[in-house]
Structures are given as C-alpha cells and as structure tokens.
Design a binder for this molecule. Structure first.
Ligand code: HEM
Length: 197
C-alpha cells in the first residue's frame, strides 16, 4: 500500500532549502542537547507508542492553539479570520512531523528540512507552501521557543498510554524534549544574523 503524498511535505526532495550548518557544527549542537544513542532508541519506541495516537495528539495541540487568540492569529488569512484550509494543510504535515521526530536519523536531508521548516515560520516562506496570504508575516520567535513547553508537556500522557514502565516513559519524554529543543534551535537560524546563530 502506498501512502498518499502530503501536500507541501518535501523532506528528502530537491524542493528544500539547504541548511548553512556544517556537519561539525551540527554534531556539536547534538552534543549540547545531550542527544545520544539511548535517546534515539527511546524516540523509536515513542514512534511505536504514538503511531495510532497522532490524530488525538494533534487534537490537543490544535485545541491549545485554537483557544489562544494570540496563537491562532498566525493561522489567519488576510481577512484576519482563521483559515481552515491553512490549518488543515499544516495539520497533515504536523502529523508527519511527529513520525519524523521519532524516526529521525539526523542526516543532511533531515537537517535541511529543519532549515526549511524554520523558513516556513518566517516571512521568507510563511503561507507559500499552502498558497495562503496570511495576516502575519512571520511567527514571532518568542512563541516558537515558548511553544517547546506545551509541545513537550502534552505528549507525556500519550507516551504513558501503552503500558510502559515509568522509567521507559520518562526516557521517551526526555528524548522528546531534547529533540524538540534541538529542532527549535535549528528553526531559529533564519531569524537571526548568521554571525550570531
Ligand atoms: C508549521 C511545528 C511553533 C504556527 C509547522 C509545521 C510543523 C510545526 C511540524 C509544518 C512544517 C512543514 O511544512 O512540514 C511546530 C513546533 C513548534 C511550532 C514543534 C514549537 C515547538 C509554532 C507557533 C505557531 C506556529 C508558536 C504560532 C501559532 C505555524 C504555522 C505554520 C506552522 C502558521 C504554517 C507555516 C507555513 O505557512 O508553511 N509548525 N510549530 N508554530 N506552524 Fe509551527
């Protein structure tokens, strides 16, 4: 069975910006968030645990964004109202992103797609993938960083749902937190001057 293509999802294709980070710089960043082989194993397990819960996770995250006007604003069209096509289009890529986060092998294609996702949160590419003239030009960096907390806190009950031990759940959750911090750090690159990143 082939999986239907997700519109705008371009990981591993030529339609992705190239990360300016060198392999050495990336390796040092991974060391800095303490991401090791144990974490990679825990993320693989998290991928199995989350596989049939993706829609439920997305319901929680979309509920969180939807109940905060200062966040849902970023999904508004030029008329200032939430654009359902935009929310729906991003949701499919968001679901794939959960899977990719758990399956990541941190190769160059993965690294490039992190840079691409960062660009999609900024005026360079925001709205372009879904053909939306959005109200906001960019998602403010402060919310991107602050969002690490809800994205990490809300995943734990889902990680605990399949009967794993407290220690296994904790290991999956810690690995998730490291991966999200690594990714948001990479996504912040287009927001800042190259010399300060
Ligand atoms: C796009 C995750 C913060 C609004 C995306 C995508 C993912 C994602 C996976 C789709 C990437 C793709 O195109 O393949 C995250 C994570 C965040 C975060 C993990 C922080 C931990 C935020 C915040 C907002 C936001 C704070 C503001 C409400 C959006 C919007 C898009 C998007 C509007 C669509 C961008 C476009 O036009 O292509 N995000 N996001 N994100 N996110 Fe975020």
């Amino acid at each position: 069975m082939t999986t239907p293509a997700i519109p705008g999802y371009t990981l591993g294709t030529s339609n992705v910006a190239r990360s300016p980070l060198s392999d050495e710089e990336f390796a040092l960043l991974k060391q800095t968030v303490l991401l090791g082989e144990d974490d990679v194993r825990s993320l693989r397990l998290a991928g199995e645990v989350l596989d049939d819960q993706i829609e439920a996770v997305l319901d929680v995250w979309y509920g969180f964004v939807g109940s905060h006007p200062h966040l849902v604003y970023y999904f508004s069209g030029a008329d200032g109202k939430p654009n359902m096509d935009y929310l729906g289009g991003v949701r499919r890529r968001f679901g794939q992103w959960i899977r990719d986060t758990c399956a990541a092998n941190y190769d160059r294609a993965w690294l490039d797609y992190q840079y691409e996702i960062g660009l999609r949160h900024t005026s360079a590419k925001k709205g372009k993938t879904d053909g939306i003239a959005s109200a906001a030009q960019s998602i403010n960096l402060r919310y991107l960083i602050a969002f690490i907390v809800p994205i990490t806190a809300t995943i734990k009950p889902f990680l605990a749902k399949k009967g794993h031990s407290a220690a296994e759940v904790e290991a999956m959750h810690t690995a998730w937190f490291k991966s999200i911090t690594l990714q948001i750090t990479l996504w912040s690159e287009p927001y800042v001057a190259p010399s300060t990143f």
